[in-house]
Design a protein around this ligand. Structure first.
Ligand code: GLP
Length: 231
């Protein structure tokens, strides 16, 4: 059986989906009583929902339902995991998929020798049919033989793990802002020059190899980043 806090998370997730933004969740104490578990278990479930950006807490006030934004934290996740964790169905439209010689920028980010071959896959990523981001990923060709013969419409991380035994374990990310180009605005369903968040990721596997470089352009009205900083 799944751990208790995960079962409670599932139940709360179902409840949250029927609530409105900023509605208050029941008190920790009441939830513990209702589910017949300790407050620690309730807290664990709430923490996981907060990490996924579904709820937020105000000290001394309680816990509330977040707005329609996807709030990203410090956990390394794939797009598919992000969406499923929020009860949304991920899908993709493959815009292009090619094998080519890495540009200087891509070779640098993957630490490949000039002239190396890479796969470049550009996809529009959707959640419950709604466009969320346009993403271009670059993968070293020698690590993923015949990649283009596989279905690229699902989870690339799933494909990398299942077919090639490569798992992205760590990543360096950079987040910047950009005004949507005309092409991105059309794809993402936002106004031209609407704000977007551009996230670049250099993904490293368990052996310390750079296995992915990706540039994702997220809708600025649907995404934010939130994490704890410390002195
Ligand atoms: C996120 C990351 C990308 C990564 C993708 C994999 O969107 N920013 O760098 O390629 O997840 O997602 P999936 O496995 O759903 O294709």
């Amino acid at each position: 059986m799944a751990p208790k806090h995960l079962l409670i998370r599932e139940q709360l997730l179902a409840e949250i989906s029927t609530m409105r933004t900023d509605d208050a969740l029941p008190q920790e104490r009441d939830l513990a009583e209702r589910f017949s578990v300790s407050r620690t278990t309730v807290r664990q479930a709430l923490r996981s929902l907060a990490e996924d950006g579904l709820i937020y807490s105000i000290r001394g006030m309680g816990t509330f339902v977040s707005g329609g934004r996807i709030s990203k934290g410090l956990k390394l996740t794939s797009f598919s995991e992000d969406m499923r964790g929020r009860n949304m169905e991920p899908s993709s439209r493959v815009l292009s998929a090619t094998e080519r010689i890495a540009s200087d920028e891509v070779a640098l980010n993957l630490e490949l020798a000039p002239g190396s071959s890479i796969f470049e896959i550009e996809r529009l990523r959707l959640a419950d049919g709604m466009p969320m981001c346009r993403e271009t990923i670059y993968l070293p060709a020698h690590m993923f033989p015949h990649l283009l013969n596989f279905d690229l419409g699902g989870s690339i991380y799933g494909l990398m793990a299942e077919q090639f035994r490569v798992r992205v374990e760590k990543a360096t990310q950079r987040v910047s802002s950009q005004l949507a180009s005309a092409a991105d605005a059309d794809l993402l369903g936002v106004a031209r020059r609407a704000p977007t968040l551009v996230v670049s990721r250099q993904g490293v596997d368990g052996k310390g190899r750079l296995v992915e470089y990706a540039v994702s352009v997220y809708r600025g009205d649907r995404y934010d980043y939130s994490f704890t900083v410390q002195r």
